[in-house]
Design a protein around this ligand. Structure first.
Ligand code: FCB
Length: 478
């Protein structure tokens, strides 16, 4: 059921609520060869023919590296009080190991200072999918050493920015790194090896735990350490035991594989059982689970759409609802016996069904799963085919309706007892949407790709008003 579009009573948030927007380095920065930066797996992948729509890449992206001052001023003008961005690892440590490049760190210092100067709270993500290519050449995430390299990098960035950034996110959506990167291959590095993807998942977990400890060892105790999961809201098509088992399996492969060790110090037994033909998990070494199960200060949840699944012999099969691109290879290891269905309802330009109840369910799940842990919605948003009017204005009432529905769902979860402290709209501005190139526009701010001029869409103005007043403004008619 959609959230009511115009509730009788105004939807108002607590005064300390963070109203942010999110981006990631490769999607916006450009300047891929400046300051000693070397290629990441996304540079290599996007320059490989056939991997992204139209062969598009992030060489220039939206040139945020050079325009960051204007972008921060724009956020301040809109009224946002928080900004989540990621650090390009190979800008800081070009080979993925060894001493830091000061020019790289200086860019992020200047960005953070600019944000603080404008009263915008920075949240740093250390890894949003752009592994230095040299580390992929040495084996990538299926290789244990990558986790140690990540902890070293985290310590470098923590030392450099820990005095001015309070909010830290180790990994963004490790599910995508492991399973889109190494199983379905729609994301960099584009490998299609299900056994390797499970190994990658473990080493990402280890990277999270080791980096959380490394950050703590160098940063003031007041800083908050979290990670952002794109935990799936997995719904069974029917209550038939076979469909319930299918949903359980996908829940393990989407969620349990990460939150099991991270929040509870153990992988689900059912995950081991489901994947035993692919891997014996012998790379989980003594002490790993303790290292992964670090105390966290918060949890970031990224939500776009729920998943609807059944046992494979169900003949209602439809297209997968949660993809970041098409592949002949599944991102779900050992799940050939599961079928994904399109959740009914209106969809965004990604083909993702709009269902704010999923966000409410997700928040309530983690409220139960991790009692007492503050939650942030670190990504939520929608792609639409936005175009400027003849007068140059960009009207995107569908996005306003999407944001209203999802923010109302967040507020409802808060009323139901959840401790949600902030919301970061994905994304601040249109940008490089991975395998889709520039074709999918997620921004609240429109980017004209021929001039790189930025124009706030009507959703940006709507969201800014929500941020300034703490109350959701009315939704215009679509
Ligand atoms: C998330 C990613 C983000 C963007 C959105 C649409 O999975 O973290 O970079 O691609 O999806």
């Amino acid at each position: 059921m959609p959230e009511p579009a115009t509730p009788a009573t105004p939807v108002t948030f607590p005064p300390a609520f963070l109203w942010g927007a999110a981006t990631s380095a490769y999607q916006i920065e450009g300047a891929v060869r400046e300051g000693g930066r070397t290629p990441s797996i996304w540079d290599t992948f996007s320059h490989t023919p056939g991997k992204t729509a139209g062969g598009e890449h992030g060489d220039i992206a939206v040139d945020h590296y050079h325009r960051y001052r204007d972008d921060v001023a724009m956020m301040a003008d809109l009224g946002l009080n928080a900004y989540r961005f990621s650090i390009s690892w190979s800008r800081v440590q070009p080979t993925g190991r060894g001493p830091a490049v000061q020019v790289g760190l200086d860019f992020y210092r200047r960005l953070v200072d600019e944000l603080l100067d404008k009263g915008i709270k920075p949240a740093v993500t250390l890894y949003h999918w752009d592994l230095p290519q040299e580390l992929e050449d040495a084996g990538g995430w299926p290789e244990r050493d990558t986790a140690y390299r990540f902890a070293e990098y985290a310590q470098i960035v923590g030392e450099a920015l820990g005095d001015r950034v309070e909010q830290w996110i180790t990994l963004n959506e490790p599910w995508c790194s492991a399973f889109l990167g190494y199983a379905s291959g729609v994301h960099a590095p584009g490998r299609t090896d299900p056994a390797a993807s499970l190994k990658a998942a473990h080493h990402l977990n280890l990277a999270h735990g080791l980096s959380a400890s490394a950050l703590r060892s160098v940063m003031p105790a007041r800083n908050s350490i979290a990670l952002s999961l794109n935990s799936s809201v997995v719904r069974p098509l029917t209550q038939d035991p076979a469909d319930l088992a299918a949903a359980r399996k996908i829940d393990d492969l989407a969620n349990g594989v990460f939150h099991g060790p991270i929040l509870h110090g153990a992988y689900p037994d059912s995950l081991f059982a489901a994947t035993e033909l692919l891997t014996d998990w012998s790379y989980v070494q003594d002490g790993d689970l303790r290292a992964i199960n670090q105390p966290l200060d918060a949890l970031g949840l990224n939500y776009y759409t729920p998943a609807l699944v059944s046992a494979a012999d169900n003949d209602l099969a439809g297209p997968r609802a949660d993809g970041h691109g098409a592949s002949d290879f599944s991102p779900w290891p050992a799940a050939d016996d599961v079928t994904f269905h399109q959740t009914p309802g209106e969809r965004t330009e990604m083909g993702w069904t709009i269902d704010p109840t999923g966000l409410h369910d997700l928040i309530m799940r983690y409220t139960r799963e991790a009692p007492g842990l503050p939650l942030y919605i670190t990504e939520n948003g929608a792609a639409y085919d936005d175009k400027p009017d003849p007068d140059g204005k960009v009207h995107d009432p569908e996005r306003i309706s999407y944001l209203h529905g999802h923010l109302a769902a967040v507020r409802r979860a808060v009323s139901d007892g959840a401790d949600v402290r902030g919301y970061y709209l994905w994304s601040l501005m249109d940008n490089f949407e991975w395998a889709y190139g520039y074709e999918k526009r997620f921004g609240a701010v429109y980017v004209d790709y021929s001039t790189l001029a930025r124009t706030p869409k009507s959703s940006a103005l709507w969201y800014g008003q929500a941020a300034r007043t703490g109350t959701l403004p009315p939704v215009p008619e679509v």
